[in-house]
Design a protein around this ligand. Structure first.
Ligand code: MTE
Ligand code: HPA
Ligand code: MOS
Length: 763
């Protein structure tokens, strides 16, 4: 059975504050919000073709169904029919033309969801079909793009390639990935007085929902309040794509002055929402005899889908992570965001970084096989060092790449592991094992510098209890627990006294989405500042009461100390005293990441607050008769900085790893040539389950000083470990090679059992 070998001190680890209600089934999601009497329910009518002109739309039969309230189309939009965030290229409801299968066309509002679904079947639509593009390559050939391509350059690759001892070229493909958050997309809108609307949304980006709703309704943002309790997972799928459902519910509420609930069922969600972007890549890698990568060129064709969504930002991060944790002197990378007739693809844990890393790891594996060395020898020879420069101009500091690699190699005895595997492969004909190392380096910050800010609003109530509001959205990653810890440690009060409020746009405004693994850093630092502001006022109150000076006052265990000596003054007394003296017990603080900047005209700058490093060693066993495989061990050294919560962070590492392995091995998104999603249910889309996660997962925290740009030196952990999963692809390749020496490596992920079987017997 699966097990995790613990190297983490979990004895004193703070428990996730949601675990109690999660386990009891009491945690609240959008569908659990207490609805008002008479609430209507909505279902989306979507395009049954991927591309074409709407010739006619007839919903007269649907409208006559008993219990139908009203059917809305673009004609009912009082403001703009526009939901595009980065580029205004996406309608809420299709007008004349549809661009992807599953594109919303109308909203059916009824007394019950059942009636709305029945009505949906009665809608008649006639579409004159137009040519459908489903792959990025086709789009590029036809000149179909979202925006202009972007290139990062360092040194001179064409000159450098001429002088290399070895040059290899190849092609890669990595497929998309379904987010499969357990809670599907949804929202609940309710009318307040004077035309104001409150929306409960399962979104990572409450402000984006507020702003887009205001735009579509043609009202000010102040009329729209967005509230988020928590998400049953987002994984990037609710950074941008939670918005349309919330806007639709609000649109119906706007017209009907009644509460409206819109929750997608799984089929609708799978069909209508975008996924991780599939990427087609080409690379050219030049090396010297001493295994140094001298030059790396790559072109990435991102399958963006039918509208921009976050594609340009995701494309940019692909370039930022194109050389993973390696230093390459000459780099030229170009990314094209290719417009196709798929649902707009979107953010997914790693945000284009994984797709970039897969290409250079493929290039290294390719080079190693041709040069007769192990990939790990090339990987090791090129690890990033202090003061190396990234292709985007940032100088690498506090680099942990070599330390993480060497620690993994020595603590886990890679040589012995490799020998064991070689011995096993010698002794077994029809079962083979493979090993791969996967180092990571992931930049922390939104790559779009202006997004790196957050605010916190802290109230100390007169009884000494505390309420905290920030922009952070809890989606299972444990950010609320980390925020609670910050305040509890800072004031040294009982955790029971502290409440993390829902995320609400009227309490904390103009927020960036909870994303880029930066939520705890940004919101945590804002919270610390707010706490500092409060403490400084409280110290003045205390010093007056105790006849001491401010600097001598400290708080410990709800007691005020002077010069480290306990006094009679308790936390509660102090708060009462502050009230009597009319001192404000509320504080609103703002944090914006210092130092970062990026100049898009030069494609150079210092976009990241810091980087997260680590190295994983993955081993797998392939059944060479059946083509099926299992992961035996994943052993890694991961750079948490100084973890605030080892339990939560370990959970993030495990979850991300398994999600990464799933992307690389078994999760296969399939559209047919007409742009219809074939993998439209869990019977046709396979995600990792308990039986497919690695049998042993062992994580050693890298010993490090941490980084001051991280909250309490605890580095961001949400996305980076997903990229360890890339090693899974190469571990399987190595097992196949042990069985079939004639196999020519291909870089076409996911490596499904079908593909493994074909490769085992390819000539
Ligand atoms: N973990 C859980 N349980 N659920 C999620 O939806 N999202 C991931 C990661 N871990 C996610 C998760 C993604 S895509 C990101 S960007 C980060 O969490 C966001 O949270 P953070 O900024 O607090 O790390
Ligand atoms: N990461 C995640 N989400 C984002 C980013 C990013 O860098 N930029 C905009 N949204
Ligand atoms: Mo995460 S992909 O930045 O929501």
């Amino acid at each position: 059975m699966n097990k995790t070998v613990l190297h983490h001190d979990l004895k004193n680890a703070v428990k996730n504050i949601d675990s109690f209600t999660h386990v009891r089934g009491e945690s609240l999601y959008v569908d659990d919000v207490n609805v008002r009497q008479g609430t209507y329910h909505a279902v989306v009518f979507d395009a049954p073709k991927a591309h074409g002109i709407i010739k006619s739309l007839n919903y007269s039969k649907a409208e006559k169904l008993e219990g139908i309230i009203r059917i809305f189309t673009y004609k009912d939009i009082p403001g703009e029919n526009q939901i595009g965030g980065i580029i205004p290229d996406e309608t809420l409801f299709a007008e004349k033309e549809v661009h992807f299968w599953g594109q919303p066309i109308a909203l059916i509002v009824a007394e019950t969801e059942f009636i709305a679904r029945q009505a949906r079947r009665l809608i008649e639509i006639e579409i004159e079909e137009l040519p459908v593009i489903t792959t990025a390559k086709e789009a590029k050939a036809k000149g179909s793009f979202i925006n202009a391509p972007r290139s990062f350059e360092l040194g001179d690759t064409s000159e450098a390639l001429k002088k290399c001892d070895y040059v290899f070229e190849g092609e890669t493909f990595s497929n998309g990935q379904e987010h499969l958050y357990i809670e599907a997309q949804g929202a609940y809108a309710e009318p307040l007085e004077n035309g104001n609307i409150k929306i409960s949304s399962s979104t990572q980006g409450p402000t984006q929902v507020q702003k887009t709703t205001a735009r579509v309704l043609g009202v000010g943002m102040h009329k729209i309040e967005v509230d988020v309790t928590r998400l049953g997972g987002g994984f990037g799928g609710k950074e941008d794509q939670a918005t349309p459902w919330a806007v639709m519910a609000a649109l119906a509420t706007f017209h009907l002055n009644q509460s409206v609930k819109l929750i997608l069922n799984r089929h609708d969600d799978l069909r209508m929402t975008g996924k991780r972007h599939p990427y087609e890549g080409t690379y050219k890698i030049g090396l010297n005899k001493n295994l140094k990568i001298v030059a790396f060129e790559a072109e990435y064709l991102q399958n963006s889908g039918a509208a921009a969504d976050l594609s340009p930002a995701i494309a940019e991060r692909t370039l930022f992570h194109a050389t993973n944790s390696y230093f390459v002197k000459n780099v030229k990378t170009t990314v094209y965001s290719c417009k196709t007739n798929l649902p707009p693809n979107t953010a997914f844990r790693g945000f284009g970084g994984p797709q970039g890393k897969f290409v250079i790891e493929s290039a290294i594996a390719h080079a190693a096989s041709e040069m007769g060395v192990l990939p790990m020898e090339i990987q090791e020879a090129n690890l990033l060092k202090e003061n190396d420069v990234f292709s985007y101009g940032q100088i690498a500091t506090q680099v942990e790449a070599i330390k993480a690699w060497n620690t993994a190699k020595s603590k886990f005895n890679v040589k012995d592991l490799q020998n064991e595997i070689d011995r096993f492969n010698d002794q077994n004909d029809s079962i083979k094992k493979g090993l791969a190392l996967m180092p990571i380096c992931f930049g922390i910050s939104f790559t779009n510098t202006p997004m790196n800010h957050a605010r916190a609003l802290v109230h100390i109530y007169q009884d000494g209890s505390i309420g905290i509001s920030t922009a952070a959205v809890e989606m299972g990653q444990g950010v609320n627990t980390k925020l609670l810890q910050i305040a509890v440690d800072f004031f040294s009060v009982d955790p029971k006294k502290v409440k993390i409020e829902t995320t609400n746009t009227t309490r904390v405004a103009n927020t960036s989405p909870s994303a880029a693994s930066s939520t705890a850093d940004l919101n945590g630092k804002a919270l610390l500042k707010a706490c500092e502001g409060l403490l400084s006022r409280l110290k003045t109150v205390a010093s007056k009461a105790l006849n001491a000076s401010d600097e001598d006052i400290t708080l410990d265990n709800e007691t005020v100390y002077v010069n480290n000596k306990a006094t009679q003054l308790t936390w509660n007394d102090l708060i009462s005293q502050a009230m009597l003296e009319r001192v404000s017990l509320s504080e609103n603080a703002h944090y914006a990441t210092p130092k970062i900047h990026f100049d898009k005209t030069k494609e150079k700058g210092h976009p990241f607050a810091y980087h997260v490093y680590g190295t994983a060693i993955l081993t797998c066993t392939v059944d060479c008769i059946r083509g099926i495989y299992e992961f035996d061990d994943v052993k890694m050294v991961h750079d948490y900085g100084k973890s605030m919560s080892t339990g939560i962070d370990l959970g993030q590492v495990e979850g991300a790893l398994v999600q990464g392995i799933g992307w690389m091995t078994m999760e296969e998104i399939a559209y047919n040539e007409q742009g219809k999603l074939l993998s439209n249910a869990l019977s046709t889309y396979k995600v990792p389950d308990l039986f497919s996660v690695p049998k042993n997962i062992e994580v050693i925290p890298l010993e490090t000083e941490g980084n001051d740009m991280a909250i309490l030196k605890s580095k961001a952990v949400g996305e980076p470990p997903l990229m360890y999963g890339i090693g899974a692809y190469f571990a399987i390749q190595n097992a196949i090679l042990a069985f079939n020496p004639n196999y020519t490596m291909t870089f076409n992920a996911p490596m499904t059992p079908e593909k493994v079987l074909m490769s085992l017997y390819s000539k």
